[in-house]
Each structure stands twice: as structure tokens, then as C-alpha cells.
Design a protein around this ligand. Structure first.
Ligand SMILES: [Zn+2]
Length: 140
């Protein structure tokens, strides 16, 4: 979880908030199934989406309605293989699909492998990331 763009509790970052809302709206316009992630929170704050075996979760929350908003904004995308992919700057289905070839660590293009629960990286980065994320008992 949270291997995508994940900026929690940002202050005054209206741009990032608007970008995430636009990302969600573009995905919905592009035919993604969508529903509120939680029963008691509206879809325009926590939205779960799916398309062709892909899953996306987008949080666009305004936390404190004061003069300066605090935002909790996050986009995560998982391919049909259940591993996370990198998030393009703007919604782009082809770029998202190509994410299965992109290493989360060095951003190189090529074959990718799982590390941890849902991490995706290239062969070169794999030993380093496994050491960092997988230790005895890590998935207990
Ligand atoms: Zn790599």
C-alpha cells in the first residue's frame, strides 16, 4: 500500500489536491468503475476504482477547513499482478499500463519483480530492496 504518490498532510498544496482530483475524474471519464472506499466517507474524498483487473485508490481529503487547508492526498495503482505501479503526473491509461515495466527504485524500463507486499522493481534493485523490506518474519 501507498507505494504510489503519497503526500500525507500537506499544507497549502492546492495544486497537488487539484491534480489528484483531476486524475480521478479523468479515470472515471475513461471508464473506470468507481465507488466510495468507505461507507461513511464520500467518493470525492476516498475513491476506489477498477478497470480490466487494475485497481486504483485515490484520497483527496481536505482535513482542516481553516484559512489554510491541510490536505491528505494520495494516489495508488496496482496492476492485475497485484504489484504497485508508478503514478504518471496526469492520468494516462497507456502510461499506467506501461508501469508494469518500470522499476519503482531506479525508474528503469524492463522486466520487474516483486519485493515486499506489492513493490515492483528491476533485477538490479531487487537484492537491495528485498534486504530493506523483507526480513525474517516480515509477512507474519
Ligand atoms: Zn531498478
Amino acid at each position: 500500500m501507498g507505494l504510489g504518490r503519497n503526500n500525507v498532510n500537506m499544507k497549502d498544496n492546492t495544486q497537488e489536491y487539484n491534480n489528484a482530483c483531476a486524475f480521478r475524474d479523468a479515470a472515471i471519464a475513461d471508464g473506470w468503475e468507481h465507488h466510495p472506499t468507505y461507507k461513511l466517507e464520500s467518493e470525492d474524498r476516498a475513491c476506489s476504482l477498477s478497470k480490466d483487473g487494475w485497481k486504483m485508490m485515490i484520497f483527496t481529503r481536505k482535513l482542516l477547513p481553516k484559512a489554510n487547508y491541510y490536505y491528505s492526498v494520495s494516489i495508488s495503482i496496482w496492476a492485475p499482478d497485484n504489484l504497485a505501479v508508478q503514478i504518471p503526473d496526469a492520468y494516462n491509461w497507456d502510461k499506467i499500463k506501461n508501469g508494469v515495466n518500470i522499476c519503482s527504485e531506479c525508474k528503469n524500463n524492463g522486466e520487474t519483480f516483486r519485493y515486499g507486499f506489492a513493490g515492483r522493481c528491476c533485477k538490479n534493485c531487487l537484492p537491495k530492496l528485498q534486504e530493506k523490506h523483507e526480513y525474517p518474519g516480515w509477512c507474519d
